[in-house]
Design a binder for this molecule. Structure first.
Ligand code: C5P
Length: 229
């Protein structure tokens, strides 16, 4: 291997999986809901571990389920399970603190994106390895997007050619993600937003529709169809 060959196993993936996911209806924490009889988290972990760059997974589990989550994940790479926090951001911070020092690249992946293709993981990791400090997979927006006032009267249409719907896994040089979390003030819904707050440019690479976020019962139905292929 030359000094410039892409290294394998240089990526740790953080998986925040501690949310309750009430939009899917009452029941188990969202990451532990099943899809074709297998918890969403286990689907996600298997796909992440199938990406050759990934050498370690750090899962933030619901605090009462740490041991159960460790037992349910069967993957051929190192697995660390920590208790998640009150917010997604706190769960990511707890997972980040547990990453062994040998991983220069850290990805953050929502367990709810259970069907993430390993190729997408590799695409994000490769862009970080190529020198980008923060990388997100993103898709063009297909709907017409309008802003509205308090009375639901439309105010205007946004130019969708400059919009992207952002997915996970989001990739970072490890020091960048650590600095972004250390500087975080207000909770944000993703980690690239935190990197931006400390002035780090975020590169968008092509996302993948199969990495949809399973949030509502409709998304579960789509995911079941995708599994049949
Ligand atoms: O609620 P939302 O869909 O934005 O959650 C995104 C991801 O963050 C999910 O995988 C969820 O399990 C995780 N999360 C977490 N800790 C929380 C809240 C959400 O790990 N306190």
């Amino acid at each position: 291997m030359t000094a410039h060959a892409p290294s394998r196993g240089d990526v740790a993936v953080l998986v925040p999986a501690a949310g309750l996911g009430t939009r899917l209806g009452p029941g188990a924490p969202k990451a532990l809901r099943t899809l074709a009889g297998v918890p969403l988290l286990v689907h996600a972990a298997r796909r992440l571990a199938a990406a050759p760059s990934v050498g370690c997974l750090v899962v933030a589990a619901p605090p009462g389920d740490v041991d159960g989550v460790r037992d349910m994940i069967d993957i051929p790479v190192d697995l660390i399970v920590v208790a998640g926090g009150d917010t997604r951001q706190a769960s990511v911070a707890a997972a980040l603190a547990a990453v062994p020092p040998t991983f220069p690249i850290v990805l953050v992946h929502d367990a709810a994106r259970a069907l993430v293709p390993p190729e997408l993981v590799e695409r994000v990791a490769a862009a970080v390895r190529a020198g980008h400090d923060a990388v997100v997979p993103a898709l063009p927006v297909v709907d017409t997007i309008r802003t509205v006032g308090p009375d639901e009267i439309a105010l205007g249409t946004v130019d969708r050619s400059v919009l992207r719907a952002v997915q996970t896994p989001q990739g970072f040089r490890r020091e960048v993600l650590t600095a972004a979390h250390a500087a975080a003030v207000d909770p944000l819904t993703d980690d690239a937003g935190l990197a931006e707050q400390i002035g780090v440019p975020v590169l968008c690479v092509p996302g993948d529709e199969a990495a949809l976020k399973i949030t509502r019962p409709f998304d579960l139905a789509i995911a079941e169809l995708l599994l049949r292929d």
